[in-house]
Design a protein around this ligand. Structure first.
Ligand SMILES: [Zn+2]
Ligand SMILES: [Zn+2]
Length: 240
């Protein structure tokens, strides 16, 4: 399994991350990635950049060290009605948007409430990926999540950081397995994100690969094995 893209990374603009865009790109090149998405935290999560950060991405190169770069945001899901922490005018200028549930921004609700929050955020046409829906502290009905993702052409993320010593998330491995089994059954593609907060973690997918192997997950449902197809899947979302 040759992974050519990492769809979830943070620069030091998110103050609890520690590398620059150039350092992330160089690390991606060393890992032989073709495509790297820089997805800093949108403003509501504590110590995230101001919205100007996301408005000014156009000054950055589209390629560095031979790696194609996508610039976007990891949004926080703010409620059950589909609200996120950047406005449409800014969202439409992003190459990729991940929407994630962060309990620091939005306290976890019941399974029904959390599921509703995920289903609603998928109505936003700029949301390409649901980030780390694997946290047992935010229980979700995976069957409904996976079916809606298929309908809306949103990618579900296998987050490698969740699988590595993620003490602040619960039962991630079991939950990712549950999600993968359903994605396999309903033929829903997943995206792999390192969720790197440091250049050394870019393109690190060992734990994710292990779970994918265990689940005997079909390669054709892994979006990160072909950069062109990944970009097509991202573009497809904007039309649904
Ligand atoms: Zn972070
Ligand atoms: Zn996150």
């Amino acid at each position: 399994m040759k992974i050519v893209a990492d769809t979830h990374t943070h620069t030091l603009a998110s103050a609890h991350a520690y590398s620059t865009v150039a350092e992330l790109a160089e690390a991606a090149a060393k890992k032989h990635l073709e495509l790297l998405a820089v997805t800093d935290h949108a403003p509501v999560l504590p110590d995230s950049p101001h919205k100007l950060h996301f408005m000014n991405y156009h000054v950055l190169p589209k390629e560095m060290y031979g790696v194609e770069l996508l610039y976007g945001a990891e949004l926080s899901i703010l409620d059950q009605n589909g609200h996120v922490d950047l406005e449409e005018e800014i969202l439409k200028r992003q190459d990729i948007c991940i929407a994630s549930y962060h309990t620091m921004c939005t306290p976890a609700g019941t399974m029904e409430e959390n599921t509703q929050a995920y289903l609603s955020v998928m109505e936003n046409p700029y949301v390409n990926v649901i980030g780390h829906p694997d946290d047992g502290y935010v229980p979700v009905d995976f069957e409904r999540l996976v079916k809606r993702a298929k309908e809306k052409k949103v990618l579900l993320e296998v987050n490698n950081s969740s699988l590595k010593a993620a003490f602040y998330r619960l039962n991630t491995r079991e939950n990712i397995r549950k999600m993968l089994d359903l994605c396999k059954r309903y033929e829903v593609p997943v995206s792999l994100g390192s969720d790197a907060h440091y250049s050394g973690a870019v393109g690190g997918f060992e734990e994710a690969k292990e779970v994918l192997r265990e689940a005997e997950f079909p390669q054709e449902l892994i979006a990160n094995l072909d950069a062109k197809r990944l970009k097509e899947l991202l573009a497809l979302r904007r039309r649904n």
